[in-house]
Design a binder for this molecule. Structure first.
Ligand code: ADP
Ligand code: MG
Length: 463
């Protein structure tokens, strides 16, 4: 398989594909795909190029490619045609293995854009501080972001915000940029997702443009790095992030990072990077409570000029399961339906919509028993041994994997997970989890095996 088989020479088309792809994923994510499936599979796909009715999207390996093709190909294809407004043939590829020798780091990199152009960052106008609704769940993150925007590089440096997908992390990064640019339109800042950083980095390496790449990232006063979890398991990229970080910090420049996991749960090759991430303020964003969800809905409705009663907003806030992005999707779906049907947003239509689209797609988390059975099936270690106390290596390893998978799936506290494993203390749970993470980082087979356990626990991706 030759790399040039994948080359696309048309940057505007690639850009059009990237934009359409973003909308395709947003639509799929609103349909009740579990967060694990979304994060581990869909979000790792990288649009590569579009030419002659052929759209190529790269997956970071064969495993992801097969999983996505099996379960999502039809929908991805249909939505992509819809978003592009023309027929296309979608090809999801595993990352090509053969590359020109010596030019690419050994790690698997999902995509190499044909051209990387850097344009000044324009934050989305709707993502501002005044459109961000404060609540108990996000108060600290919001305060941290505002403090950074008020006086970059002085107080919380770095600021590390973490939380599940769809809870407003990217919104806050844009809001910081918006605020700084509103005071000075040419304020030297840079926003980039870790995924784009990786792509640009690989491109720069391959094309002898490292100097330009470095001066671009290190020459700013504020550096906003989104979706940091993406660098997990990518050693060369992590190294570059580390050096970028050090260079910025030594000059007193502000760094803000967002991630779906806290620094301690990221797969990092170097402890020093983790301690850098933790050296400023680390804050989380949680799922908002019902009142905040209701206030967010009303604010979004006002922005979209949709009239909605408090009672209807409250009903949606209570009954649409999932994150804020899904909640927003429900509002726009309801508004579209209502205007199609020629009546206002009424409680009855909200109830109908919830019954029809959201009750059925509520994903039930697998139980602890199911987790134990899947781990047992994959490792051939009986459930009773996994729950037992034997220290024999294969049994202990299966137990460690079970701890890891339980945490990934339930996100329960270590204390609670310890109690599930026979009242073990939380440090032994942490230790087991760390061990598996480290091994997954080193051992591709183990990595694939743990991932397939997680897939088996969510057999359909969607319920
Ligand atoms: P993340 O980056 O955490 O995945 P986003 O920042 O993309 O999430 O947010 C998803 C959507 O939810 C966006 O449209 C964002 O405006 C909205 N959102 C999340 N939290 C809030 C909030 N507290 N107030 C207003 N909108 C919010
Ligand atoms: Mg985001």
């Amino acid at each position: 398989m030759k790399l040039d088989q994948y080359s696309f020479e048309d940057p505007p088309e690639a850009q059009r594909l990237r934009e359409a792809w973003g909308r395709v994923l947003a639509r799929i994510s609103e349909e009740g795909v579990t967060e694990t499936v979304y994060r581990r599979f869909l979000a790792t796909l990288c649009p590569h190029g579009l030419q002659n009715g052929r759209a190529v999207v790269n997956a970071p390996g064969q495993f992801v490619q097969e999983y996505v093709t099996d379960r999502f190909a039809d929908r991805l294809q249909a939505y992509l045609e819809d978003e592009l407004g023309e027929p296309v043939r979608l090809e999801v590829r595993g990352t090509p293995q053969e590359r020109p020798k010596g030019t690419v780091p050994r790690e698997k990199i999902p995509a190499i854009p044909a051209v990387v152009e850097t344009t000044p960052f324009t934050p989305l106008p709707k993502y501002r501080f005044d459109t961000f609704i404060a609540g108990q769940s996000n108060r600290l993150a919001l305060a941290g972001a505002k403090a950074v925007a008020a006086a970059p590089g002085t107080k919380y440096n770095p600021l590390f915000i973490y939380g599940s997908s769809g809870l407003g992390k990217t919104h806050l990064l844009h809001a910081i940029a918006q605020e700084l640019l509103s005071r000075n339109a040419s304020y030297p800042l840079h926003y980039i997702t870790a995924q784009a950083f990786t792509e640009e980095f690989v491109y720069a390496l391959q094309n002898n443009r490292m100097d330009k790449f470095r001066s671009m990232h290190r020459g700013v006063r504020v550096w906003l790095l989104d979706d940091v979890q993406f660098i997990a398991g990518k050693d060369k990229t992590q190294e570059e992030v580390f050096h970028t970080f050090n260079s910025l910090q030594s000059e007193g420049r502000q760094v803000v990072l967002c991630s779906d996991k806290p620094p301690r749960d990221l797969l990092l090759m170097d402890e020093r990077l983790r301690s850098r991430f933790e050296s400023g303020l680390v804050v989380d964003i949680q799922m908002p409570d019902t009142e905040t969800r209701c206030a967010i809905l009303q604010s979004k409705a006002a922005q979209l000029e949709i009239r909605i009663d408090h009672q209807v907003a409250m009903y949606l806030a209570q009954n649409v399961p999932g994150n804020v992005r899904i909640l927003e999707g429900a509002l726009t779906r309801l508004a579209a339906q209502s205007s199609l049907l020629g009546h206002g947003v009424e409680l009855e239509s909200a109830q109908e919509m919830v019954e029809r689209y959201y009750r059925a797609t509520t994903v039930v988390k697998p139980s602890f028993d199911q987790i134990l059975h899947i781990v047992s099936r994959h490792t051939n270690i009986p459930v009773s041994d996994i729950q037992g106390t034997s220290r024999k290596a294969p049994i202990a390893m299966a137990r460690h994997m079970a701890v890891y998978v339980t945490r990934e799936i339930t996100n329960d506290s270590w204390k609670h997970i310890g109690s599930l494993f026979g009242n073990k203390d939380h440090t032994s749970m942490l230790h087991a989890n760390k061990k598996v993470r480290e091994m997954m980082n080193r051992d591709k087979d183990l990595n694939a095996s743990v991932r397939s356990m997680i897939c088996d626990l969510y057999p359909e991706g969607l319920s």
